[in-house]
Ligand binder design. Structure first.
Ligand SMILES: [Zn+2]
Length: 135
């Protein structure tokens, strides 16, 4: 037996994800901004972002998370790979947290955390720079 009524939310989700994707194409956004832009609750944004992250891999793009940051002590939630905002800082217990920011990047973007894994530490810098003078 096929319950036809169940096919509808699926389409809605796809439309919703397309809207989220459109917002991300415009520039970096937080979950709160996304929730306002596509008219869903902030806590409902995260599952859509997770889904988008997976489907983006096939299209040569990636979803980059700029880590959340504690406004009081500056602690950065670097290791956190989740899409939700942390509730409190593990270092100072402060609850004023700058939320994570999401943006799209090409998969070979040198500024992205993933690409940095492949970057060579101490790679040769640009030669013939400004350090002349003392010869
Ligand atoms: Zn803190």
């Amino acid at each position: 037996m096929v319950d036809q009524s169940k096919t509808e939310p699926r389409e809605q989700n796809q439309t919703l994800r397309q809207s989220i994707l459109d917002c991300l194409e415009e520039g970096p956004v937080t979950a709160r901004e996304l929730s306002a832009l596509v008219h869903i609750r902030e806590k409902d944004v995260a599952p859509h972002l997770e889904h988008l992250e997976k489907s983006l891999r096939r299209s040569g793009k990636q979803l980059v998370i700029e880590p959340a940051e504690c406004l009081q002590c500056g602690f950065r939630f670097e290791k956190r790979r989740r899409f939700t905002k942390p509730s409190a800082c593990p270092r100072c217990r402060c609850q004023r947290i700058d939320p994570p920011v999401f943006r799209l990047a090409p998969q070979d973007d040198p500024a992205s955390p993933n690409a940095q894994l492949h970057a060579t530490p101490g790679a040769p810098r640009k030669k013939g720079g400004t350090q002349v003078g003392k010869e």
